[in-house]
Design a protein around this ligand. Structure first.
Ligand SMILES: *Cc1c(COP(=O)(O)O)cnc(C)c1O
Length: 480
C-alpha cells in the first residue's frame, strides 16, 4: 500500500481554508516563524478517505471478527458506552484542580466516586484508587501499598510468592517494588501446589499474588486456606483481577481473604483495549491499607458534595496524573450501571458456559492438560498436532486465514504448546460453532497436510514475522 506521503500530488486539495483573519505574524518572535512550507501531503478528500478506510480494514478488531484471546477478555464493547463517555468530554482535566473548580465538575467527580463504590462492592474491598493506568500498573501500585503497610508496622519483608502459572507482570511488578520472587509450581490438579506453598511460606514474605481463576481457567478451591496460611505469616494476599469476568456476583475476593486487588476495567468491564492501550487498573484495598492509597482521593463531604481530600502523610503518592484514564472509567461505569447486579452475574455465568462449551466440543481434537470444568477460559495443548510437526503457532496462523484472531498461544508457559481460548459472554453459539469447525479443520489438516499449516497465513499483507524483531524494531509504516 502506498503511504500517504507517496500519494501526494502537488496542488491537490482536500479542504480550502478561509483567508486568515489573524494579524500578520510580525508580532511573533522570529525564531518561532517557519521559513519553509510544512511539507504536508497534498491529497483530495476522497484520496484521504480511501487511504484511511483501507487501513482500517487491515485492522483486526472485536467489531469485525471473533477474538478469543485468553486471559484478556476481548468482549464486545457496546457502543452505548462510547456515548456515555462522550457526555463527559467537555470537561478539561484541570477543571477540578483550579480554585473552586470542584463546583463545576460534581458530576465527573461523582462518577469517579461512585465507580469506586461499585468496585468495592463487586470485589469485597473497602476503598479504591482509580489512578493506575493498566493491570500491570495496578499490580505495582498494589505492591507499593503492601510495602508501605509492612514498613509502617516496622516489618522488614523480603519476598513475594507467586504460582508458576502467574502472568509475567506479577513477578515483574513485585521485583520493581524491590522484592525477591519465590515461585511455587502448579500441581497436577492445576492449582498451586498446596504442600510446596506451605513450605515456601515464611515470615519474610510480604505478599502472595494470585490470579483466581488462574491462567489455566481453574478456580482454586483452597483459596481460603491459602490466604489463612499467608495471614498466619503476616503476609498479605494480592488478587490479580484480570480474570474477574468469571466470578462477578459469585465470589468477592475480599470475602475469601484477599487484601488488595486490581481490576482490569478494559478486560472485565467492556471497554476497548488492544494495540497497547488505553487501559485502567483501579486498585481496591482493605481498610488497613487505605491510609497508603494514592492521593488526592475523592470523598463526599457532609453536604453530599464531592471534594478532593488533601494529601496526608503515609500515602505512596501519585501513581498517575489526575484520576487515571478517565474515558475508560466512564465507559466501565456505564457498563456496570447498564447491567446492574443481575446483569453482571449473567455475564460471568455466560462467559463460563461458553468456555466450557468450546472445551467440550474440542476435547476430541486437542489435548486438555488439565481436564476439569473450567471457568471463563479453557487451555488446550497442541501436543497431539506436534506429533505431525504442527505447532500452536501454525494453528494460530491458519485461524487468521479463516478470519479469526488467534487465541493466546504459548501462555500459560507451564503448558507445552498452549492454546488458551476465552470466548467471553458476548459470543453467540453460532459464532462459537463456526470457530469450533475451523479448529477441527485445523486439527484434521495437521494430520493430513501439515505443510498447509506451516504456510499459513496466505491471505494477509505479511506472512510469518520474526516476532521478536517485530516487537523490538517496530515499523508501522511499511506494511507492504
Ligand atoms: C492482562 C493481564 C495482566 C496485566 O494487565 P494489563 O492491563 O495488560 O497491564 C495481569 N495478569 C493477568 C492474568 C492478565 O491476563
Amino acid at each position: 500500500m502506498q503511504l500517504i506521503y507517496e500519494q501526494s500530488v502537488s496542488g491537490r486539495r482536500g479542504v480550502k481554508l478561509p483567508a486568515s483573519d489573524v494579524p500578520s505574524a510580525a508580532c511573533l518572535p522570529k525564531n518561532l516563524l517557519r521559513s519553509e512550507a510544512a511539507g504536508l501531503p497534498e491529497l483530495s478528500e476522497l484520496d484521504l478517505v480511501r487511504h484511511f478506510t483501507r487501513l482500517s480494514r487491515r485492522n483486526f478488531s472485536v467489531d469485525t471478527n471473533f477474538y478469543p484471546l485468553g486471559s484478556c477478555s476481548m468482549k464486545y464493547n457496546a457502543k452505548v458506552l462510547e456515548n456515555s463517555a462522550a457526555l463527559f468530554a467537555p470537561f478539561h482535566p484541570m477543571t477540578a484542580l483550579l480554585p473552586g473548580g470542584e463546583e463545576y465538575c460534581q458530576g465527573t467527580l461523582g462518577m469517579l466516586y461512585d465507580l469506586g463504590q461499585l468496585l468495592t462492592d463487586i470485589t469485597g474491598m473497602d476503598e479504591v484508587t482509580t489512578q493506575p493506568l493498566a493491570g500491570a500498573h495496578g499490580e505495582m501500585t498494589g505492591i507499593l501499598l503492601i510495602s508501605a503497610y509492612h514498613r509502617a508496622r516496622g516489618k522488614k519483608k523480603k519476598y513475594v510468592v507467586v504460582p508458576d502459572s502467574s502472568h509475567g507482570t506479577n513477578p515483574a511488578s513485585a521485583a520493581i517494588a524491590g522484592y525477591e520472587i519465590i515461585t511455587v509450581p502448579t500441581a497436577p490438579y492445576g492449582d498451586m501446589d498446596l504442600d510446596l506453598f506451605r513450605q515456601a511460606m515464611n515470615d519474610e514474605v510480604a505478599a502472595v499474588m494470585m490470579t483466581c481463576p488462574n491462567t489455566l481457567g481453574l478456580f482454586n478451591p483452597h483459596i481460603k486456606e491459602i490466604s489463612d496460611i499467608a495471614h498466619s505469616h503476616d503476609a498479605l494476599m494480592y488478587y490479580d483481577g484480570a480474570n474477574l469476568n468469571a466470578i462477578m456476583g459469585k465470589v468477592k475476593p475480599g470475602d475469601v481473604g484477599f487484601d488488595v486487588i486490581h481490576v482490569n476495567l478494559h478486560k472485565t468491564f467492556g471497554t476497548p483495549h488492544g494495540g497497547g492501550g488505553p487501559g485502567s487498573g483501579p486498585v481496591g484495598v482493605k481498610k488497613a491499607l487505605a491510609p497508603f492509597l494514592p492521593q488526592p482521593r475523592i470523598v463526599m463531604d457532609d453536604e453530599g458534595k464531592f471534594v478532593m481530600e488533601s494529601v496526608k502523610s503515609g500515602t505512596i503518592g501519585r501513581t498517575a496524573n489526575f484520576f487515571g484514564n478517565f474515558g475508560v472509567m466512564a465507559k466501565a461505569y456505564a457498563y456496570i450501571i447498564m447491567l446492574g447486579r443481575e446483569g453482571l452475574i449473567n455475564v460471568s455465568e455466560q462467559a463460563v458456559l461458553n468456555a466450557n462449551y468450546i472445551k467440550e466440543r474440542l476435547r476430541d481434537y486437542y489435548e486438555l492438560p488439565y481436564d476439569k470444568t473450567c471457568m471463563h477460559e479453557c487451555v488446550f495443548s497442541a501436543s497431539r498436532q506436534l506429533e505431525h510437526g504442527v505447532h500452536a503457532i501454525d494453528i494460530s496462523k491458519f485461524l487468521i486465514d479463516r478470519g479469526y484472531h488467534p487465541p493466546t498461544v504459548y501462555f500459560p508457559m507451564i503448558v507445552k504448546e498452549a492454546i488458551m481460548i476465552e470466548p467471553t459472554e458476548t459470543e453467540s453459539k453460532a459464532t462459537m460453532d463456526a470457530f469450533i469447525e475451523v479448529m477441527i479443520e485445523a486439527a484434521k489438516t495437521a494430520e493430513s497436510n501439515p505443510q498447509a499449516l506451516h504456510e499459513a497465513p496466505l491471505t494477509m499483507p505479511v506472512g510469518r514475522l520474526d516476532e521478536t524483531k517485530a516487537a523490538r524494531e517496530q515499523n508501522v509504516c511499511c506494511a507492504g
